[in-house]
Design a protein around this ligand. Structure first.
Ligand code: HEC
Length: 312
């Protein structure tokens, strides 16, 4: 059934969604089927690994039932491992080159990109270990100590986590390539924001016009709209930490901060370009410089409610 739907989908799809904006083009985006295949096989393999982990809790050591269960689950895991591996290659092959270039940061974070190779080898070792334990289960089910059955389970959890992180990360700076940036803004609206600013078009901000008096508050609004999808003010991936790593602990120069932000998408491809106009860029830089001197925590709308931009 899934195969028929898939074939139909491909038939209805001519070009990518970005060119035809068709429903089926969106549904069967180029990574949909490769990802569906990989996830399905991986989930089936996970089921085997999970039950292998449970088996020692529910069966007596040395019993025929345990031997039989371990052998069956070893075979199951092994079978789906092969399909998961094949579909993983197919999936990786279909990922656009531009996205692949994000992988070192996706896997290791910027700070640890030099460890990329080591982490990659560890992940591969985890994948191979699952295979070895599955084989062990098939060949010597009686000789498998209960503790060994836990290993593939733990490794599989790490692998799922890594897969999700990498999959989410490598799309950056887009959610939908060339259409929607990961800050939630559409590529086609950028020229308008560049000219008129983003604040007048943002509903949930308090300031839409920047004056010398409200510059810092407006800068906070700009930060909220354009950076907080990925950065906090002082918590995880905080903007102050990021600029400290660039410019040290001495007071930062506002014009340096502003010029970094205006070109940040060229040096750090995973970030979308700054969306606003020049006044907003200056206000954002002023806010970030202020944040260095006076750190603050920004709370989400669930804590502080929303301010509505009255000019909209
Ligand atoms: C789509 C997510 C995303 C958005 C939106 C985003 N950033 Fe980033 N930014 C990141 C990631 C991811 C890193 C790298 C973190 C790491 O090293 O692991 C980063 C790193 C940085 C760095 C450090 C760069 C370096 O060379 O070390 C600065 C400075 C920065 N961001 C500023 C900003 C500012 C200012 C904005 C808003 C105008 C912004 N970012 C918007 C994701 C984003």
């Amino acid at each position: 059934m899934a195969i028929i739907v898939g074939i139909l989908g491909y038939m209805m799809q001519s070009g990518t969604w970005i060119h035809n904006e068709s429903f089926w083009g969106a549904f069967f985006n180029p990574l949909y089927l490769p990802q569906l295949a990989f996830r399905t096989f991986f989930a089936l393999m996970l089921a085997g690994v999970f039950f292998m982990f449970l088996t020692p809790f529910f069966t007596k050591a040395g019993s025929n039932l345990r031997r039989w269960a371990i052998q069956l689950l070893g075979f199951w895991t092994l079978f789906w491992w092969i399909w998961a591996a094949l579909s993983a290659f197919n999936y990786w092959y279909k990922v656009p080159e531009l996205m692949k270039s994000n992988t070192p940061v996706a896997i290791a974070t910027q700070q640890f990109t030099t460890w990329y190779d080591v982490i990659l080898i560890m992940l591969l070792a985890a994948v191979v270990t699952v295979l070895i334990v599955a084989l062990w289960g098939v060949i010597w089910p009686r000789r498998m100590p209960a503790v060994v059955a836990i290993i593939p389970f733990c490794l599989a959890i790490v692998l799922v986590g890594y897969f999700e992180r990498v999959r989410e990360f490598i799309r950056k700076p887009y959610v939908i390539e060339e259409y929607l940036y990961s800050n939630g803004l559409r590529v086609q609206d950028y020229p308008l924001f560049k000219e008129q600013g983003i604040l007048p078009y943002s509903t949930y901000v308090a300031n839409s016009i920047i004056t010398p008096e409200n510059e810092i508050d407006a800068g906070r609004d700009v930060f909220m709209v354009s950076c907080t999808r990925c950065h906090t003010a002082s918590g995880a991936n905080s903007i102050t930490r990021r600029f400290s790593l660039l410019y040290g602990e001495e007071p930062w120069d506002k014009s340096n901060v502003a010029s970094f932000i205006s070109g940040m998408h060229n040096v750090r491809y995973f970030m979308p370009p700054f969306p606003g106009n020049d006044a907003e860029l200056q206000a954002l830089a002023a806010y970030i410089v202020k944040l260095q001197q006076k750190p603050e925590r920004l709370f989400g709308a669930q804590e502080v409610g929303v301010s509505i931009n009255s000019s909209n």
